[in-house]
Design a protein. Structure first.
Length: 508
């Protein structure tokens, strides 16, 4: 089994660095977008490969959880998946809880002793837990993702799950002097921070890596950061992207131009003139750059060896490929290979239908779940509305916020319009207090300067017990992964800072 995992990883690495693969001879897979609301196919926090032998040494079980924590008359329950490793525990040690995010739980986070979480657990003798998020992976409270079930699919319910889980473990494991510290990255990083703020009696401290605690509908800062990351590395690279997208802007306006783009970008069907199809097309192409910038040089999977900003810009500035448009198409082919896609979908309605009909407990179901959370609570729509991006990266506003809003109404319910979504996101911000009013204490907030999500994180202290760390030149959740000898000094220093704070909290 371990050999198969290794062979699979080798195949992915081959696809990262080699364009000469027979992918175009096979039928397209189901995946309709490189990224769904900023979420790649593996979720925001890709864990490493798990050794099956080590997995057998940990506890893999379920906790009986309330379906609705805020309605005493509702007695329904469900089984919430969790993993528990006591292999590093020393009597009197703390409890570390990795909060699951918007994908199936990966026991890597409670098994690997070289991650930030694992190495800390070994040093302080902690129990380590991973709790899968409701409605993701195998944790399906209602066995479906119907609109009527989604009222139970909120961050407030997820945080109450965390609170009740901690209370339950204290009782079940006879923990008489608990000291729970939560961990998380990306969305689960926000949950980690919010858990400390909302339930301070049960959550003693928190590490919230790349945590977007500021909610916003039109997330213009995302693409701003993508542009800055490319331009700071190599202005020629950013300019080439801009010129290539400008050529696309011209070609989409004519039948012959769209036919040319269809051939160049290996579309599954010929690109139409429908505005929704065009926005879908542009979003998919731009997401290739988003994908790379968001994870560049993270020490996990293939992001530290090939899928990096330097590699992207090497390809984007390679004159032997052709003009700027050909290079943009080359980047798309590269990412299609990594994603194991065999043609580029361009039919917006087909995508909408795939999310509307997605089944619980499947990768497509996780995409539906994350789409629901963005429409219902968070926004996070990565648009090209920014004047900076229009002037320097896209030339025109090719992916406007209204295109995202339209998806919410089409996928879930017609009541999800501009007014509804802005109102819901504003209400969520009011409840959690955003990134300037955050009131939790004993919380570390690492963020990477190249991570497009850092614009929604806590960058400056909101009180004297909040510890932001802006890690120069790194990307999404970089601090969470095992260290390597070629890590940037800023990343090494950030890990040391997190470590210092966690150890001090344990020893208080």
């Amino acid at each position: 089994m371990k050999t198969l995992w290794i062979l699979g990883l080798v195949l992915l690495l081959f696809l990262v660095v080699n364009d000469a693969s027979p992918l175009n001879k096979r039928k397209p897979i189901v995946r309709k977008r490189h990224m769904v609301m900023g979420r790649p196919f593996h979720g925001f926090l890709p864990g490493g490969i798990v050794d099956p032998k080590k997995q057998k040494a940990i506890t893999d079980t379920h906790f009986t959880q309330k379906l609705d924590h805020f309605d005493d008359s509702n007695t329904a329950t469900f089984q919430q998946h969790y993993w528990y490793n006591d292999g590093w525990y020393k009597p009197g040690g703390p409890q570390f809880l990795m909060i699951g995010g918007e994908s199936a739980g990966n026991p890597f986070w409670v098994i690997d002793g070289d991650t930030e979480l694992g190495s800390l657990a070994k040093e302080v003798g902690a129990m380590v837990f991973l709790l899968e998020h409701r409605f993701y992976g195998s944790t399906q409270p209602t066995s479906n993702l119907d609109y009527s079930s989604l009222k139970y699919f909120t961050s407030e319910q997820a945080l109450a799950d965390v609170n009740d889980f901690i209370t339950g473990m204290n009782s079940e494991l006879n923990i008489t002097k608990p000291r729970w510290i939560t961990f998380g990255g990306s969305y689960s990083g926000a949950l980690s921070a919010w858990a400390r703020q909302v339930y301070p009696n049960n959550v003693y401290a928190a590490v919230a890596s790349s945590a977007p605690v500021q909610l916003v509908v039109d997330m213009t800062g995302y693409m701003d950061t993508v542009y800055h990351a490319l331009n700071n590395y190599d202005p020629v690279c950013a300019t080439s992207v801009y010129r290539g997208v400008q050529q696309m802007n011209s070609l989409v306006k004519t039948d012959s131009g769209r036919s040319q783009l269809s051939s160049l970008f290996k579309t599954c069907t010929t690109l139409s003139s429908d505005p929704d199809d065009l926005a879908f097309f542009f979003e998919n192409i731009l997401s290739c750059y988003m994908f790379v910038v968001q994870y560049s040089e993270d020490n996990t999977l293939f992001y530290d060896v090939g899928m990096t900003i330097p590699e992207l810009c090497r390809r984007q500035t390679d004159a032997s490929v052709g003009d700027d448009l050909a290079r943009v198409a080359g980047i798309n082919s590269w990412i299609m290979g990594i994603d194991l896609e065999f043609c580029q979908p361009v039919e917006f309605k087909e995508y909408i239908d795939s999310i509307k009909n997605a089944k619980a407990g499947t990768p497509e179901g996780d995409e539906r779940g994350w789409t629901w959370q963005t429409c219902n609570e968070f926004g996070y729509f990565q648009t090209t509305d920014s004047p900076l991006v229009i002037a320097n990266l896209t030339g025109e506003n090719v992916v406007p916020v209204d295109w995202y809003v339209k998806q919410c109404g089409q996928i879930f319910d017609s009541s999800y319009n501009n007014a509804t979504i802005y109102s819901k996101v504003n209400a969520t911000n009011t409840y959690y207090k955003g990134n300037t009013g955050y009131s939790g204490t004993k919380v570390s907030f690492p963020n990477g300067s190249n991570d497009p999500w850092h614009v929604l994180g806590v960058i400056t202290p909101t009180n004297n017990k909040v510890y932001p760390i802006l890690i120069d030149g790194t990307s999404h959740c970089a601090d969470m992964y095992p260290p390597k000898s070629n890590d940037k000094p800023s990343l090494t220093q950030a890990r040391a800072s997190v470590r210092t704070h966690v150890i001090s909290w344990v020893n208080e």
